[in-house]
Design a protein around this ligand. Sequence first.
Ligand SMILES: Nc1ncnc2c1ncn2[C@@H]1O[C@H](COP(=O)(O)OP(=O)(O)OP(=O)(O)O)[C@@H](O)[C@H]1O
Ligand SMILES: [Mg+2]
Length: 419
Amino acid sequence: MVDPANVLIVDDLPENLAVLGRILKNAGHRVRATLSGELALNAAAMEPPEVVLLDVMMPGIDGYEVCRRLKAEPLTADIPVLFVSALSDPTDKVKCFEVGCVDFITKPFDEREVLARVNTHTALSRARRQLEEKKRALEKTLADLEAAQSQLVGAAKMASLGVLTSGIAHELNNPINFVFANAQSCLKILLQLEAVYDLYDSLTPENFAEKLREIEAIKSKVDYQGCRHGLRELLDGIRVGADRTANIVRSLRYFSRNGASHSTGFNLHENIDTALLMLRNKIGKAITVECDYAAVPSVIAQPGALNQVIVNLVSNAVDAINEKPEPHHGDKIIIRTREAQHQGKPAVAIEVIDSGAGMSDETRAHLFEPFYTTKEVGSGMGMGLSITYGIVRNHGGVLEVEAMPGGGTLFRVLLPRQK
Ligand SMILES: Nc1ncnc2c1ncn2[C@@H]1O[C@H](COP(=O)(O)OP(=O)(O)OP(=O)(O)O)[C@@H](O)[C@H]1O
Ligand SMILES: [Mg+2]
């Protein structure tokens, strides 16, 4: 037995309405009765019922038309309509279903049958409404989740940018330090040479011989030749240091807004070198990085995004090596590029191979899932590979992983040459 339903019955004969109404009311349902199609449509529009019992043959708007109009209105389209009729011709019955009814009660009707059909359709329609509400709630949850995920991806990007900027600061510090040290030494030498210069300046025909002796004495004391030579070397060092600083800053264009968001053709190897520069601090001295670059054609990609891919893969490779119980001096990361095929089309392969700890089957199964990490809290978010996977897929490529014989892991990015 379902909870009482709100039922609308439509028939042009008052005695039919009376009989149907009594059966339904006795069963506890709330009943509204109307004597014509027009009245039924008005009643349904004012307060949509849960079920409609509809006579077919009526003067004015007949049952078929009422049903059609109910189905055409979004407010009433989902209400189950049951035709109640003495029609026995299958063609007429089929027509009822064609205009959108869900069921048919043949006159003269049996009270139990009427109730069984009304109850069934009420229950079905309520269940469908509940499902729709659940679906809407699920859709909202999904939208919320997607929004949260994109925020998290953004946060992970910012976190890795934080690590990278500290790496860059470290890289910039070296050349700037020796520019500074060289400038100090230059200043010292200049002060000594200034003394010689001042003596030359004070030369007159009268004191010539005497001053010349003084000049010679001071020149040998300050190592005049050494100073001149040293000055040139120091200035050259300053030039090299400034050059290196400029190169580092220039390479950061991969992280600039414009560079990151547009697909262009660019030099893949320069891009990889930038990633390595940013990670030099993290890679440290114990791990050797070997670059095995083939003469690959330029790829069409977003330079910033590709840079992120390399940074993530190399960063994981470093972690995998450092996680070994006993990292040793032969530990290395090989970065290899070569021409390849992907789905029968020309592609470029970038492989990052490490001599690290490798991974378990469990890790292998969850590798690309957001937030999957085997690292300690605070040292890995588990976002690197899922972001990498997304970037590679957006470029129409694939990301593959293989275990290396003797331990270690290979990650391969296959990018189509033309997008
Ligand atoms: N080269 C690798 N060798 C062994 N295991 C790896 C390697 N790369 C990834 N993994 C495993 O896959 C997991 C997920 O990697 P992913 O880069 O997505 O996240 P993470 O490195 O843990 O954290 P995040 O990159 O967000 O800092 C890692 O925790 C690690 O267990
Ligand atoms: Mg990672």
